[in-house]
Design a protein around this ligand. Structure first.
Ligand SMILES: [Zn+2]
Length: 153
């Protein structure tokens, strides 16, 4: 970072502390050229992906929303909060990796389902039933039948 006094780009960090409950770091720096001290502030930038919903409306991607959906699907399953966070991270990172600005809610749903499937079949079927909005019980049963089949193979 350029020194505000002499424009030199070389500095050293003389102090570093976590702020905002560890969500940001504040650094005191010293210019190697003129010894001017200045402070920098660093924090994670929230994801800026928009989600395009089935009705074509847009919405900011919210990690908390995804987490809620997964958490509901995991209700009373032997899945810890840490594990749920891990799953949310995995899906979020894969979305941020593959999409710059927008992603359809369908893709988010599919990716979440494929992660859940590896993880807990009951949670998977629950999530899928909400997500796919199964219109009839036959489709629901068909999904479970496919799961059982996959398990035996
Ligand atoms: Zn300087």
């Amino acid at each position: 970072m350029k020194c505000p006094k002499c424009d030199c780009k070389e500095d050293k960090v003389v102090d570093s502390r976590l702020v905002k409950e560890g969500k940001a770091v504040r650094r005191r720096r010293e210019c190697l050229n003129c010894q001017q001290r200045f402070t920098t502030y660093e924090e994670i930038i929230q994801s800026e992906i928009s989600v395009i919903k089935r009705n074509k409306s847009r919405q900011e991607f919210e990690r908390a929303k995804l987490r809620n959906g997964i958490k509901n699907a995991c209700w009373k399953r032997p899945i810890s909060d840490e594990k749920i966070d891990e799953l949310v991270d995995k899906v979020t990172l894969s979305l941020e990796h593959d999409f710059d600005r927008e992603v359809s809610s369908r893709v988010i749903g599919e990716r979440t389902m494929s992660e859940l499937k590896k993880f807990d079949e009951v949670a998977y079927v629950r999530f899928a039933s909400v997500y796919r909005d199964f219109k009839d019980i036959e489709r629901f049963i068909e999904e479970i039948r496919l799961l059982n089949k996959a398990e035996k193979e």
